[in-house]
Design a protein around this ligand. Sequence first.
Ligand code: WT7
Length: 662
Amino acid sequence: MSDSDEDVQLEARLREQEYFRPPARFVGQANVSDPAVYDRFDEFPDGFEEYAVLLDWDDHWDAVLDASNPPFFRWFTGGRLNASYNCVDRHLADRKNQAALVWEGEHGDRRTLTYRDLYREVNEFAAALRSEGVDEDDVVTVHLPMVPALPITMLACARIGAPHSVVFGGFSASALAERVDDAGSDFVVTIDGYYRRGEFLDHVQKADAAMEETDRDPEVLVWTRHDEVHESVSISDDYTLVSEVLADHERERVEPVSRDAEDPLFLMYTSGTTGKPKGCQHRTGGYLAYAAGTSKYVLDIKPEDTYWCAADIGWITGHSYIVYGPLALGTTSVMYEGAPDFPHKSRIWELAEKYDVDIFHTSPTAVRQFMKWGPEHVEGYDFSFRHMTTVGEPIQPEAWLWYYTHIGREKAVIVDTWWQTETGGHLITNLPALADMKPGSAGLPAPGIDPAIVDDRGEEIDPASGRAGNLVIRKPWPGMLQTVYGDDDRFVSTYWEEFSDTGSDDWRDWNYKAGDGAVHERDGYWRILGRLDDVMNVAGHRLGTMELESAVAEVEDVAEAAVVARDHPEKGEVPEVYVVLREGVEASDEVRGRIVEAVEDEIGKFARPANVAFVDDLPKTRSGKIMRRILENISNDEDLGDTTTLRDPDVPEQIRRQVQGD
Ligand code: WT7
């Protein structure tokens, strides 16, 4: 992408976008409004202490960073703390009657948990977990939807030093089983069911099917969405009802376990280019410090705010910016069970008004949806955000402007936050009072973060040259993953090998590979272009093509399959499947149905392919590698591109004709 045409095009795009000043009423009250913050964090690594001191520590750290064994960086070594204590107990003195979580469920259900309520529930469930045999360092797999039981379970695990591994509620039984096995988990926490669009969904049946598939024999603990098990659900006798265990632990208190700063707090599985999902392992001290620090500096959260991140806690966004960051700061965090358009398309704004939300956090996918529904669904609702966030994928300037105008009413600041499951918290984003906003650009690096753009050989592209390349992060930061659970080699090969001198024990020779393409623009802002590997971004969530292809390949009649991303006006990208059937098998809706079903069963309904195309052959290089890029061009109605290096250069044109007609 270094040719001059590209340069010209990028420059032209830059000129199109104007800057927006943060509103004065925002700047006047911002948590951070002195640009000296950047200089302080330039003191590496000591600058990050500014985040660590936001927490209460049992033992102060000896060193901020131990970089003696890169890329296995250790943060705040010798320090000890408990995440549950930091998110709950320490707020009791000042604000025990303040709402910690405001939960809005479907069917008119709602619950407000004050910090004191949260304290009681977390303690009781921690006692319950212990009595069921959960020990310190046991991994507890949590498969829960957006109900209060989810943050309660996470904080209870943290209290007793048991790392949680939350699996997004929308993931299938197979995905759950795979994560239980990989984590070697002996405990699964689930629920009888939950509501979606007015319907009660049986959730425990996923645990039932997962128990059939897993190699292990975990104990299954089942929360109930109502006081009693829902009449439509049957619970296996092998499982334990949470309500029954809790009855034995009423009003019990559990001393928070003092954890080493480097002890793991949780695992979060994420998709990659190859093989099974990776368990990103996050540490207690560095992660919590980074989540709290960025919540304060980037999201501008204050204890007296009502903050709403409309993501699911089952993804990293919810971990860092619904649960750990906001609660560490002692604010009020809103949690919503339902869909944004049920029972009507003004649901979100109705709630924003009802709870008088100050800070709102969502994804570009959601913004595109609101935009499609039209501004009339927002108008007339009396809410006023001072701060709004986007996360998960690049936001198109058009969508940004719509968000700014119709949701922010030109009075709210917007931060576009670039980060990843692996990074624990924001890495590239403006501090909102300190830099002008530019639609489509994530802005400047967060304090202490040192990104660079390198070419495919790892050579650095000149800073602020406006040329695209691979995004790397040069200095370590406290929120970064510790390793891939149980697989240090994979940690090194996935994130470090390509752009680091792996023989060196000097941390300066190690560059974290983000897997994204990016441009460092001439004005110093960073624009993220999206994934460079075979990973697609569906509605702001990462799906590995490999995982999707393995699911498709499970269908007996499939000989070969490739999955690529097609651009979608609202979801960002959707998976499209190209299939070569086995000899003698006829293409039919029945086979197509089985392929779609396989993806839903293996991964989840949210990964449902938009289209299944039956073709005679797939485009392959002479060495037999499937050229997904060519298929992606076909899916997106783009030029086929260079096909001369293919084993059979005619294949793409044949496919194009088969798919699109002549
Ligand atoms: C990938 C990480 C951590 C947030 C939720 C997604 C893309 C994320 C942005 C942004 C452009 C973004 C990247 C990244 N991404 N935020 N503001 N602008 N792209 O976490 O599932 O780990 O996905 O999401 O491609 O690598 P994730």
